[in-house]
Design a protein around this ligand. Structure first.
Ligand code: BES
Ligand code: ZN
Length: 529
């Protein structure tokens, strides 16, 4: 970091009675010793002690855990349990009060490759991951059946609502495979309508009304899918060719495991600090089944761990509560269950939530959630704008610039958003592609994904930018420390819905009894349209 800029930064953000002060640089030779034994209670001290090397040490442990457990740390696996043990052990040894918070969720795992074949009129064999893909939470099956198309609307200007209404299936022949087009409602709704109409399998092909709706995607039903039939996703071109083939018979075959499984969140609190004004800092600890999840999200998990460890002697004014979420990759399950488990009074005590999911992408951008909605239109709960501003200020002080990151409900802040709790956080990019402007700002390669190994087996310790970790781990340290001493800029100093009518209102909108809750539409690309 650029040391000379900190005093300026502190005078800009430090106006409102914050207890932090700038204590100047620490002599290098003291660093190892002092980082371990002193209270790192100023931004200076903390940022000197939180380093990319420190974060990488934890990443190496997570990698070793994955290596010893079939290359994965997916929730429900041994690799996940050992990740939980590592975090819990480190946090308790540092003096935090650690709890494991068990919950159950429905796993989804494809057992071996799936196949899709034409048995009539020709014998074409289709290629998994090129022509088709099994949708997450599909049921298994091995079905050979005639194919019947359901209310298709082909062509470039189509407004497909294929399979969205039970009416679309009037006259659907029992025992056929339903050929359905993407568009207008969730994949799950289409698949369940097909199953209710007596289909033995469903193929949902891409909509074809724009370039980004032609190819293959990794779509998902949700964990409560109960159709009982296999559901595949296919490309638009394949869908059209099947729709044009009379007398078409296909064989769909896949085996899956959807057993109900117990997994854990790790919750660790500081012993000190006002329990009525809690600062929460979270990251999901689970990986996908396909890989070790070192960037997604070993990076956020290791970074908040390193910050917490280096803060172990800080005496925070507000209670600090660190969370490592389980089963994020199955639909944000751990964080959602956690927030749902809180009473209104407990939710009211949470001042804010900071989320760190993917903070070390190899071809990184420095993304900050767009809390004020200035870039993407959707604002976070009141106070989220101030969190975004703190991060932005930090990056500016480092002589760089952040990029607003869309509130897309693809990570664990979603449940906090829905409870009206102000949130913020960092994101260095996943499958999205870096622009020229971003390459100028951050280096790296324009036209290539931020993380080429997103959700893949190659998401290992080689899939990490240390530069991104260095700057983001400091940002995490600074924001955590800052709010540990005052949340005034976010909530005026106290976390209650009385002071924040918007919070109460949002919460009432997300009550069990009231709609909408976590609507699939809110969850973005995977579920819908
Ligand atoms: N780390 C990603 C979050 C992410 C990815 C945010 C890409 C923005 C862009 C997270 O672990 C993830 O994979 N989320 C799922 C959705 C979740 C509800 C299962 C996703 O985005 O596919
Ligand atoms: Zn992920």
């Amino acid at each position: 970091m650029k040391k000379t800029l900190l005093p300026i930064m502190l005078s800009v953000i430090g106006a409102s009675g914050n207890a932090l002060a700038n204590d100047g640089p620490v002599h290098d030779s003291d660093e190892g010793w002092s980082c371990e034994y002193r209270a790192n209670n100023t931004p200076w001290r903390l940022m000197r002690c939180v380093t990319a090397n420190g974060v990488v040490q934890h990443l190496n442990v997570l990698q070793a855990i994955a290596d010893a457990n079939n290359g994965t740390r997916v929730s429900g696996s041994n690799g996940y349990t050992q990740s939980v043990q590592y975090i819990a052990h480190k946090m308790s040894a540092a003096g935090y009060k650690v709890e494991l918070n068990p919950f159950s969720f429905r796993q989804f795992k494809k057992l071996g490759p799936a196949t899709l074949k034409q048995t009539s009129p020709r014998g074409d064999v289709y290629e998994e991951d090129k022509d088709f893909r099994v949708m997450s939470h599909s049921d298994g099956g091995d079905e050979t059946a005639l194919v019947t198309a359901v209310d298709l609307d082909l062509g470039p200007d189509n407004k497909s609502s294929s399979g969205c209404e039970a009416d679309d299936f009037v006259g659907f022949p029992q025992g056929h495979v339903a050929l359905i087009q993407r568009g207008s409602c969730s994949f799950q709704q289409k698949a369940e309508n097909a199953a209710n109409a007596g289909a033995v399998g469903a193929i949902i092909f891409n909509q074809g009304n724009s370039d980004d709706r032609k190819g293959l995607m990794s779509g998902t039903l949700s964990s409560d899918y109960s159709g009982g039939i296999p559901v595949f996703f296919a490309t638009y071109d394949k869908g059209v060719s099947w729709a044009d083939t009379s007398g078409l018979t296909l064989n769909m075959s896949v085996k899956v495991d959807r057993t109900e499984t117990t997994t854990y969140n790790v919750i660790a609190e500081s012993r000190l600090g006002n329990p009525n004004n809690v600062v929460m800092v979270g990251a999901h600890l689970d990986s996908v089944d396909d890989g070790p999840g070192i960037n997604d999200n070993g990076s956020g998990s290791a970074a908040i761990l390193e910050v917490a460890l280096k803060m172990k002697r800080v005496m925070p004014k507000n209670k600090l509560r660190f969370a490592w979420w389980g089963a994020e990759e199955f639909g944000l399950i751990g964080s959602t269950k956690y927030v749902e488990s809180l009473s209104d009074a407990e939710k009211d005590k949470i001042a804010l939530y900071l989320n760190f999911d993917m903070v070390g992408s190899p071809n990184y951008k420095l993304g900050v959630y767009d809390g004020d909605g200035s870039e993407f239109g959707l604002k976070g709960p009141k106070g989220s704008d101030a969190i975004e501003a703190l991060f932005n200020l930090y990056f500016n002080m480092q002589g760089t610039q952040s990029t607003p990151s869309e509130i897309s409900f693809r990570s664990d802040y979603a449940a906090f958003f829905n409870a009206g709790i102000p949130f913020g956080g960092l994101f260095t990019g996943a499958e999205g592609v870096k622009t020229e402007a971003q390459a100028k700002l951050y280096g790296g390669k324009a036209g290539e994904p931020f993380d080429p190994c997103y959700h893949a087996a190659c998401d290992t310790t080689d899939n990490i930018s240390k530069a991104a970790l260095e700057i983001n781990a400091d940002a995490i340290g600074l924001s955590t420390l800052w709010y540990a001493f005052s949340t005034e800029s976010v909530n005026g100093g106290e976390a209650t819905s009385e002071d924040q009518p918007e919070r109460a209102l949002r919460r009432s909108l997300t009550d069990e009894t009231a709609k909408p809750k976590l609507e699939p539409e809110r969850l973005g690309h995977m579920w819908l349209k």
